[in-house]
Design a protein. Sequence first.
Length: 594
Amino acid sequence: MSDSPEKLRVGEMLVTQGDLSEDQLKKALAQQQNSDLRLGELLVADGIITANILVQTLSKFLKVCGCTLRHGLLDPVLLEMIGEEEALRLKVIPLFKVHNELTVAMAEPQSLPTIDALRRLTDCNIRPVFALEGNIIEYIKRYAGGNVDVDAFLATLTDSDVELVEREATDEVLATDLDQMIAGSPIVNLVNMALLTAAQEGASDVHVEPERNGTRIRYRIDGRLQNLMNPPSGMHAAIVSRIKVMGKMDVAEKRLPQEGRIRIVAARREIDLRVSSMPTLLGEKIVIRILDKDNLTIRLEDLGIRPNALVDFKMILDQPHGLGLVTGPTGSGKTTTLYSALDLLRNPETNIVTVEDPVEYQLDLINQVQVHEAVGLTFARALRSILRQDPDIIMIGEIRDEETARVAVQAALTGHLVLATLHTNDAPGAIARLLDMGLESYLLSSAINGVIAQRLIRTICKACATKYYPTEQVLKDSGTSAKPGTAFTKGAGCQECHNSGFKGRIGIYEVMRVSGELRKLIHHAAPSHELRAVLNKEGVMNLRAEGVELALRGKSSLEEVIRATHLDDEDDSANALTSTNSNNDADEQIRGAA
């Protein structure tokens, strides 16, 4: 192989850096005349320089990021996107994918035809990095065939590879910074890979749980936990220590629960992580809550509320004062709905103050207060102070007790628009819950503007959608008037949706705007089923009817609707009866529209 100017310049760079002497360079160039190896490969083969030094030098020369491939740095599943034959031909291997950007190790990272070919093959934006050709071919052959997953390559890490990390001084951890991943220990790479996987899969939470023989890492995706990674035994303590270090938590304290916060940068966007540790019999369990601003939908029109219900919702928000409630179980999207409402209401002329625990997302033009019960800053105390801050609109993260509820109602009665969340099954149930807390019915009837009950139901994966015929019992439980033999849609399960049949979620909403008749019933503390009867008369669809409508449109399955809208209170038999009538009305509306 002849001496090209490029090779000479790389050799000169090695000499300038002090990694190679002039004599060694001359001998290597002479030896290369009778060898098929490139200059750098020859120097590595002779032990004159290391592969890492060569990679660093060539990456500087090529002006791209460089890496030495190793377990924990790449996700071998991504090789299927390119295929073994094409990867060998192009001399490339994908490292990791975040949203639509695929980071690829390439022997020739400046080759535009190769980058264009990768873009066509993967339908992704390509971020090239440099790696040695031999290193790339080694890992292509090691991971080819599609039979290797994340668990397999993590299993190759041995106990001798485990090392405890030192406390970091920086406030931000760049989880996708390739240089840090290259320099990091296997434990650092493992944690980074876990966080990257969670971000690209759209997970809301990561659970790191101890087991007798190892660690289980589960991701909550679309509201359901899925087991996507199982590190081998002997690593749990080191994984927990790494996460606690990142979250600025006390690594030595293993007996008490702790909380921490991490900020990472993934795909050039900031993601906040809330960390919670809990001691268990087998070791500490870690739960990481992922707060990704890019996944936050704050335009009210984008939430999926039906047009008629959206009109009622906006009428509740248009009131100059009063109480508006958003209800539903944990994880039903209540906070997102409130943020969407605030996004509609915020402007430079309005003073909006929130009190939350915790403040999940920071919004412009809004003053957000974090509850801190350890120092006595409770919801009720924060609310009393907020009333002295000349607010126009107040948002309460959650009404948990009578004191908070009473202050919220008083604020609504004294000229403020108050928005809050509450844990109830449906909209009429919110009235009963507040009365049970001890509020007087005459005060509540004067203050309440409306209640929005909601659930999040999983939507069918488009990649594996297929027709199916629900059983007669499912049709009966859903309340639909569809006859047995009616075709509905469900997901068969595929790699795209991790064999769940679902990908993504959509909200269903029951909007109860308090009319004159409802206000009278609330004033007399009427039971929930009487409020429900008035809502049915006014044409308000309940949550199950809303869900059935989505199932009829092929957006979700009847079984998913039944699961998401299950009533926990068995004494709501009257509600269930009127819900069936409402569902039948919904079916008639859909058939009429068709």
